[in-house]
Unconditional design. Structure first.
Length: 255
């Protein structure tokens, strides 16, 4: 007879493998460290080296140009602030030099020209000098000095006391050619008449010539607005920049 079946209990694993065990020895699992996922960054768009260099040179050129402009205008402003007003304390001179300006389209003097000539005539009548030197060249169809001479004669100055200098095209030539005329007649000193905003640059220019001189401002015939004064000062500052950087050596003149 067959013996009755006895249920077999599953043997518990004690952690040590023995040959009689039915189960294979378990594999010890390694402790796995959690993997951190790094955030993926999108690569920045790369600019070409040539383009970066081109932008760099442009930036440098712009900065250099701005620096030159700032330095030039600062130089001009301080030069106008400290411009000489004369090199002598004389009250009497050999001549009165009136600096010209353009006439209007009909050949008549503008209010600015009329103010300068009238002040020169006033100084002549006061006995500051025995003659007038009216200087100004061709601007448009009219010669500035000839227009000024008509005004001076109309105000009572005899033609024998008027000397015309008709070739000057700027203030440098005004000073140079007038000094030349004065030297040819044995003169050594002059009072220079012009508008007040023009005098600082005129002082810088006349200080270069062998002449004893003094500046004298011609008052305007009518009150000037703030905008007009600002415009005149700005234009004169630009012209002073040009004189200091270029015209002082490029347009040298020997009287």
């Amino acid at each position: 007879m067959c013996s009755p079946l006895v249920p077999i209990r599953a043997a518990r694993y004690s952690g040590v493998w023995r040959p009689g065990h039915l189960n294979h020895p378990p594999r010890q699992l390694r402790q796995q460290t959690p993997v951190r996922r790094s955030r993926t960054r999108r690569p920045a768009p790369r600019r070409s080296t040539a383009r970066r260099r081109r932008l760099g040179w442009r930036g440098r050129l712009i900065l250099a140009a701005l620096a030159v402009i700032v330095v030039s205008f600062t130089w001009a402003i301080f030069a106008r602030m400290f411009a000489p007003a004369g090199n002598t304390a004389f009250n009497r001179f050999d001549a009165i030099i009136v600096l010209g300006n353009r006439a209007d389209n009909d050949g008549n003097p503008t209010p600015e020209v009329l103010a300068r000539v009238s002040e020169g005539v006033h100084e002549y009548e006061r006995g500051v000098a025995p003659r007038l030197i009216l200087t100004g060249g061709l601007t448009g169809p009219f010669v500035e000095a000839k227009v000024m001479a008509r005004v001076a004669e109309a105000q009572g100055v005899p033609p024998s006391a008027i000397l015309i200098e008709p070739d000057a095209m700027d203030t440098i030539h005004n000073a140079c050619y007038s000094t030349r005329i004065l030297k040819q007649r044995g003169g050594r000193s002059a009072e220079v008449v012009s508008s007040d905003y023009h005098l600082p640059r005129a002082g810088l220019i006349f200080s270069r010539f062998p002449l004893q001189w003094r500046l004298h401002a011609a008052p305007p015939l009518a009150p000037q607005s703030a905008g007009s004064n600002w415009l005149h000062q700005s234009m004169e500052t630009l012209k002073t920049v040009r004189y200091l950087i270029y015209a002082d050596w490029a347009e040298r003149c020997t009287p």
